[in-house]
Design a protein. Structure first.
Length: 765
C-alpha cells in the first residue's frame, strides 16, 4: 500500500498540478487524483496476496466465490468512481469560483488599505496645520482677530471631518456591497449543496441497490461452493474415520497383551520385596528400642543434676534481690507518704474553701430561682387570661358561622317544603341557638397548692388565734362557718374537721420523721437556710414523693396522723374480705362517697395555679379557710415510729384516685381553665344535627327527581327543534311541488307530470 501511495505521488508530480493558475488544469488534476485513489482502493480491497498468488500461479483456476467477488468489486468500483466524479464536479466548480472571489477580495482589500493610509497621511498633515495655528492664537490679543482665526480653524476642522465622512460613506457602501455579495454566495452555496446532496442521495441509492445485488450474487456463489466443500469433506471424513477405528482396535489389542505381561511381573516383585521388608523392619525396631532405653536413662540423670544446681542458684539469687528491693521500697514509701501528707493538707484547705463558695453560690441560686418562680407565676397568670379570652373569641366566631350556616339550611329547607313540595314547613327545635358563648358547666372546687397551704399553716400562731377567736365579727364568723361547711362536706365521712394547729403539728412531725424521702444533696443544700424555709423545702420534696398536690390532700393526709381518725379509717379484716368480690367487679367505681369526691377534686399544681389566677377573689377567701377553722377537739398525734406505717396506708388508700385525677387534669389543660368541657361535644353535635337524616334523604330524593325531570325537559326541547325543522322542510317541499306543477314547460310535454301523478294516484287507490 505504501508503494502504491508513493507511485501516486510521483504521478501527481509529473501530471497537471492543483496549484496551477489555470482552472482547467486544476480540474484535470483533481479528476486524475480521484481516479488514482479509486484504483488504489480497488487494489487494496482485492488484496496484494491474491494478486501475488494469481501472478505466481496463472494456471490455477479461481473458485466460484472468488470469481464472483472480483466481478462484484469491479462493478462496485466502477459505480463508485462514476458517482464520485459526478459529485466532485460540483466541488471543483465551487473551488474555482471561490479562488476567483478571493483574488478579487485581495485586490479590494489592497485598494482600501491604500485609501486608508493616504487618508491617514492627509489627516495628519491637516491636524498638524491646525495645531500650529493654535499656538499662534495664543499670541493674539485682539478679539476680532481671535474670532477670525477660530472661524478659519472651524472650517479646516469641518473640511477634515467631511473627508472622514466621505471615506466612511465609501467604506459603508463597500460593506453593503459585500453583504449583498455574501447573500448571493450563500444562495449559490445552498444551491450547490442541495445539488450535491441530491446527487449523493442518488448515488447512495444506486450503490445500495448494486451492493445488495452483488451481495446476493456473492452469497449464492458461497452457498454453492459451501455445498461442494461440505460434500468433499464429508467423504474424506468418513474414510479417515474408518481408518482411525481400525488402527485403534489394533492398538487396543496390543496394549492389553502388554498390560497382562506387566501385571505378572509386578506381582512377582511385590511378593519378594514384602518378605525382605518385613525382615529388615523387625531388626531395625529391636535396635531402636534398645537405644531409646539407654537415652532415657541418660536424660534422667542429666535432668536431676541440672535441677539441683538451678534450685541452689535461684535460692541465693532470690534472697539477694529481696533484700535489695526491701531497702528501696522502704525509702520510696517514706518519701511517698510524706508527699501524700502534704498533698492531703493542701487539698483539705482547697476543698473547705470550695465548699464554702459552693454553699454561698447555692444560696444565691436558691434566692434567684425563688424570685424567678414568682415572676413565672405572674407571667403564667397573664398568659392564662389571654388564652381564656382567645378561647371565648374563637368559640363565638365558630358559633356565629355555624348559626349562619344553620339559618341558610333552614331557609333552603323551608323553600323546598313550601315551593317544591307544597307542604307546611315545621321548624326544628333550635332553642339552644339562643345561647351565646362557651358552656358554663359545673366547675370543680378550687383549692390552693400544697406548698402554699403548708406555708400558711406553718406561719399560723395558735395562741394568737385562740385569743382573737372570741372577738371575730359577724362577717368573719360567716366566712368561718362557710369554710367549715366546705371542709365538712368534702370529708363527710368523718365526724369533725382537723384544726389548723393540728395540721401544723402533723406537718412538723412529717418533716422530722420523713427525711428519708428527701435527697441527700437537697439536705446538704438546705443546711445553711433558716429553719422555716428549710421545713418548706423538705415538705415540698415529701409532697412530690407521695403525690400531695393540693390543700385538700394535706387535710386528707392529716387524718392518718391522729389516732381518733385512724381508728375510723381502719376496717376489720373480715369486712374487707366481704367487700373483696364487690371491689373486683367494680374496679372503676369509687370505694366511698368521700373518696369519690376527693378523686374529683384533686388537681395538678399547674391547674391549681391556673384556677387561682382566674379567680383571685376566691383565692383570697380561701387563704383564710384554714385560719378560720374552729378548734373542735384536741386530737392526739400518733407515735413517731408509726409515721411510715401511716404514710404507706395513705398511699395505698389514695393511689387510684390520684391517677384518675391526673388523667382528668391532663385532659382539662387543652380547654379553658376551670370549666367543664364534657358538654362541648354534645353541644356541637346538636348544632351539626339540626337537619336530621330523614330530611337529608328527602333532599337526595328531590335532587334525583329534579335531575330526571331536567333530562326529560332537555329531550323535549330537542324534539321541538326537530319538529320545527320538519315543518320548515314540508313547507319548502310544498312550494317546490307547486312551482313544478304550475310550470309552463309542462304544457309542451306530451305526458305532463300531473298526468303521471294522477295515474300513480289511481293505481294506489
Amino acid at each position: 500500500m505504501a508503494s502504491q501511495i508513493k507511485d501516486l505521488a510521483m504521478d501527481e508530480d509529473i501530471g497537471p498540478s492543483v496549484d496551477s493558475p489555470l482552472i482547467e488544469e486544476r480540474i484535470a488534476a483533481r479528476r486524475l487524483r480521484i481516479t488514482r485513489r479509486m484504483e488504489a482502493l480497488k487494489k487494496d480491497t482485492l488484496g496484494e496476496d491474491v494478486t501475488v498468488k494469481v501472478s505466481s500461479e496463472p494456471t490455477k483456476e479461481l473458485s466460484k466465490s472468488r470469481k464472483q467477488i472480483e466481478e462484484s468489486f469491479q462493478q462496485l468500483a466502477k459505480l463508485i468512481s462514476d458517482g464520485t466524479e459526478l459529485v466532485s464536479n460540483i466541488e471543483v466548480a465551487c473551488d474555482s469560483r471561490e479562488a476567483t472571489l478571493r483574488q478579487e477580495e485581495d485586490e479590494n482589500v489592497r485598494q482600501r488599505t491604500q485609501k486608508l493610509q493616504d487618508e491617514v497621511k492627509t489627516a495628519a498633515i491637516k491636524f498638524e496645520q491646525i495645531t500650529k495655528k493654535w499656538e499662534g492664537a495664543l499670541k493674539k490679543d485682539v478679539p476680532q482677530q481671535l474670532k477670525e482665526m477660530l472661524e478659519s480653524q472651524r472650517e479646516l476642522c469641518d473640511e477634515m471631518i467631511g473627508e472622514k465622512d466621505n471615506l466612511i460613506d465609501e467604506l459603508q457602501q463597500d460593506l453593503k456591497q459585500k453583504d449583498d455579495q455574501y447573500v448571493k454566495d450563500l444562495r449559490k452555496q445552498s444551491e450547490d449543496a442541495d445539488l450535491m446532496l441530491e446527487r449523493m442521495e442518488e448515488q447512495i441509492k444506486t450503490l445500495n441497490r448494486a451492493h445488495k445485488k452483488e451481495l446476493d450474487n456473492v452469497e449464492n456463489a458461497f452457498y454453492s461452493e459451501r455445498r461442494d466443500v461440505l460434500q468433499s469433506h464429508k467423504n474424506k471424513w468418513t474414510n479417515q474415520s474408518e481408518q482411525r477405528r481400525q488402527k485403534e482396535q489394533e492398538y487396543l489389542e496390543l496394549r492389553q497383551k502388554h498390560v497382562e505381561n506387566y501385571e505378572e511381573q509386578l506381582n512377582t516383585l511385590r511378593v519378594q520385596d514384602a518378605e525382605e521388608y518385613n525382615m529388615v523392619k523387625i531388626k531395625l525396631e529391636t535396635d531402636v528400642q534398645i537405644l531409646e532405653q539407654n537415652l532415657q536413662q541418660m536424660k534422667a540423670t542429666y535432668q536431676l543434676n541440672q535441677e539441683k544446681l538451678e534450685y541452689n542458684f535461684q535460692v541465693l539469687k532470690k534472697r539477694d534481690e529481696e533484700n535489695t528491693i526491701t531497702k528501696s521500697q522502704q525509702k520510696r514509701k517514706i518519701t511517698r507518704l510524706q508527699d501524700l501528707l502534704n498533698n492531703l493538707k493542701f487539698k483539705l484547705k482547697k476543698q473547705e474553701q470550695q465548699y464554702k463558695d459552693e454553699n454561698q453560690a447555692f444560696s444565691d441560686d436558691l434566692k434567684r430561682m425563688t424570685e424567678q418562680y414568682k415572676e413565672l407565676q405572674k407571667k403564667f397568670r397573664h398568659f392564662q387570661t389571654t388564652d381564656n379570652k382567645k378561647f371565648v373569641d374563637i368559640w363565638k366566631m365558630n358559633e356565629e358561622q355555624t348559626r349562619e350556616l344553620i339559618e341558610d339550611l333552614l331557609s333552603a329547607d323551608r323553600i323546598i317544603f313550601e315551593q317544591q313540595l307544597g307542604m307546611t314547613w315545621r321548624s326544628p327545635e333550635i332553642n339552644f341557638l339562643q345561647k351565646v358563648g362557651p358552656i358554663n358547666g359545673s366547675k370543680k372546687a378550687i383549692s390552693k397548692t400544697a406548698l402554699d397551704a403548708a406555708t400558711e399553716i406553718l406561719a399560723y400562731d395558735e395562741s394568737a388565734d385562740s385569743n382573737s377567736h372570741g372577738k371575730m365579727t359577724a362577717k368573719t364568723s360567716t366566712k368561718e362557718g362557710s369554710t367549715k361547711q366546705e371542709i365538712e362536706h368534702s370529708h363527710e365521712d368523718l365526724d369533725a374537721p382537723l384544726s389548723t394547729g393540728a395540721i401544723k403539728r402533723m406537718l412538723e412531725l412529717l418533716c422530722d420523721e420523713s427525711g428519708f424521702l428527701v435527697e441527700a444533696k437537697l439536705i446538704k443544700l438546705l443546711a445553711p437556710i433558716e429553719k422555716d424555709e428549710q421545713s418548706l423545702m423538705k415538705l415540698d420534696a415529701i409532697f412530690n414523693a407521695i403525690g400531695i398536690e393540693s390543700e385538700r390532700d394535706i387535710v386528707s393526709l392529716g387524718k392518718y396522723f391522729y389516732n381518733r381518725y385512724l381508728e375510723k379509717l381502719e376496717q376489720p379484716e373480715d369486712e374487707e374480705e366481704q367487700n373483696g368480690e364487690e371491689s373486683l367487679t367494680n374496679e372503676n367505681a369509687p370505694i366511698t362517697e368521700g373518696a369519690n369526691q376527693d378523686q374529683d377534686q384533686v388537681d395538678t399544681p399547674t391547674n391549681q395555679k391556673q384556677e387561682a389566677c382566674d379567680l383571685t377573689n376566691q383565692e383570697t377567701a380561701s387563704n383564710e379557710s384554714l385560719e378560720s377553722i374552729p378548734m373542735v377537739v384536741r386530737q392526739e398525734l400518733i407515735h413517731p415510729n408509726e409515721v411510715v406505717k401511716s404514710l404507706r396506708k395513705f398511699i395505698d388508700d389514695n393511689r387510684e384516685p390520684f391517677k384518675d385525677s391526673r388523667k382528668s387534669n391532663t385532659v382539662r389543660i387543652g380547654s379553658s381553665s376551670g370549666r367543664d368541657s364534657s358538654y362541648d361535644e354534645q353541644y356541637w353535635t346538636q348544632l351539626a344535627s339540626v337537619i336530621d337524616l330523614q330530611r337529608e334523604r328527602l333532599w337526595d330524593g328531590m335532587v334525583s327527581g329534579f335531575e330526571k325531570y331536567s333530562q326529560i325537559l332537555k329531550e323535549r326541547s330537542t324534539l321541538i327543534g326537530e319538529t320545527d325543522s320538519l315543518r320548515q322542510q314540508n313547507s319548502e317541499l310544498r312550494m317546490l311541488l307547486h312551482q313544478y306543477l304550475s310550470s309552463k314547460v309542462n304544457q309542451e310535454l306530451e305526458i305532463p307530470p300531473t298526468r303521471v301523478l294522477q295515474v300513480e294516484t289511481g293505481h294506489s287507490k
